[in-house]
Design a protein around this ligand. Structure first.
Ligand SMILES: [Cu+2]
Length: 361
């Protein structure tokens, strides 16, 4: 099954949305390093252009700024597995102007118009038949890590107006990256050409809340232009983001109830930075990384729910992922509160790889 979507929650009421966002950000302003006077503590001070006009800091997002009216968060909910074992989808490459951070508009390159691109979710053994259509202005291609095959033909670059069919069978579980296969890949990925294919392990128990966070990086070029290749080469991202937009889940948090079982799938799409995935106030009782359990909560035989009835002695604080790697963590928030979801490489959290899991009683 395929899904490409934006959350509709709050989408009809940007005013309400923004009010809620401001409150959440205020609550976490200290942690984000943003003072109430609006001065950006991430870089220390703003710099000023030669004409004396206030300019963006060279690096560091400005989370106190509001997104444009009508902005909605990328839906972090993992879409359900589709019916059947053969999943067909069209991935259309589109180059478009998008607000990639509050007050920052760039030309993004996308699969199906969103960053990350359409999420695919299936089971081990499923076959995916993807038609790639290049509606852009330059060559693009695609590489699905979820299937093993000779890359020569399916991963070839196609020119504007061309299409190809990419067929693979997902023989192994994982949260697999896909990305544009055209050089320079660092630029094509940084500009938004990445996404996830989630293939469930066969015995995965259901949980109460299941989310997917894909980390990406932003290297701003001039307004309305693609990303800056020099910044990419220097590995100096302006922002590091979950699901395409810095700090978006500070404004529109992930949600759960106290005691519920929460699974968060995470993928580090890079192109360059790593991800030390941590949830403030929580401990992971189960961690699955790159095809296997690092830690697993005891499950009673035939147990229908995902409840952790035989918790083990060991716990985990952080799932470590290099560019392209993925996995999931499971946790049960013990009480109502606001649990920050962060890249614990703190400089990257302060550049936007930060959100909130809002837990109610
Ligand atoms: Cu591309």
């Amino acid at each position: 099954m395929v899904f490409g979507r934006r959350s509709q929650a709050d989408g009809d009421d940007p005013e309400h949305h923004h009010h809620r966002g401001v409150g959440v950000l205020d609550r976490f302003s200290g942690r984000l390093g943003i003072g109430r006077d609006g001065i950006d503590r991430v870089d220390g001070v703003h710099d000023h252009g030669p004409d004396g006009r206030h300019r963006r800091s060279r690096r560091g997002v400005e989370p106190q700024r509001l997104p444009a009216a009508g902005w909605t968060a990328y839906d972090p909910t993992l879409p359900p597995v589709g019916e059947g074992t053969i999943h067909k989808a069209t991935f259309t490459v589109k180059e478009a102007q998008q607000e990639v951070a509050p007050g920052v508009t760039q030309q993004v390159w996308t699969f199906n118009g969103t960053v990350p691109g359409t999420t695919l979710h299936g089971r081990v053994g499923d076959t995916f038949e993807i038609t790639l259509v290049n509606d852009g202005s330059m060559g693009h291609g695609i590489d699905f890590h979820a299937g093993a095959l000779a890359p020569d033909e399916p991963m070839r670059t196609i020119q504007p107006g061309e299409s190809l069919t990419y067929r693979f069978t997902a023989t192994k579980a994982g949260v697999w990256m896909y990305h544009c296969s055209t050089m320079p890949m660092s630029l094509h990925i940084a500009n938004g050409m990445y996404g996830a294919v989630v293939i469930d392990p066969p015995d995965l128990p259901p949980v109460d809340q299941e989310y997917l966070l894909v980390q990406g990086e932003q290297y701003y070029g001039p307004a309305g232009a693609p990303g800056n290749a020099d910044k990419i080469a220097a590995r100096t991202p302006d922002a590091v983001v979950f699901n395409g937009y810095p700090n978006q889940y500070d404004r529109t948090p992930l949600t759960a109830k106290a005691g519920q079982r929460v699974r968060i799938w995470v993928l580090d799409a890079g192109p360059n930075e790593s991800l030390a995935f941590h949830v403030v106030g929580a401990q992971f009782d189960s961690v699955w990384k790159e095809g296997g359990w690092l830690l697993r909560c005891g499950q009673a035989p035939g147990q229908a729910s995902g409840a952790c009835t035989k918790p083990g002695i060991g716990g985990s604080q952080t799932l470590d992922l290099l560019a392209s790697q993925g996995g999931f963590v499971e946790l049960s928030p013990p009480a109502a509160g606001h649990y920050s979801v962060v890249n614990h490489e703190m400089t990257l959290a302060e550049r936007g790889a930060h959100g909130v899991l809002a837990v109610t009683g």
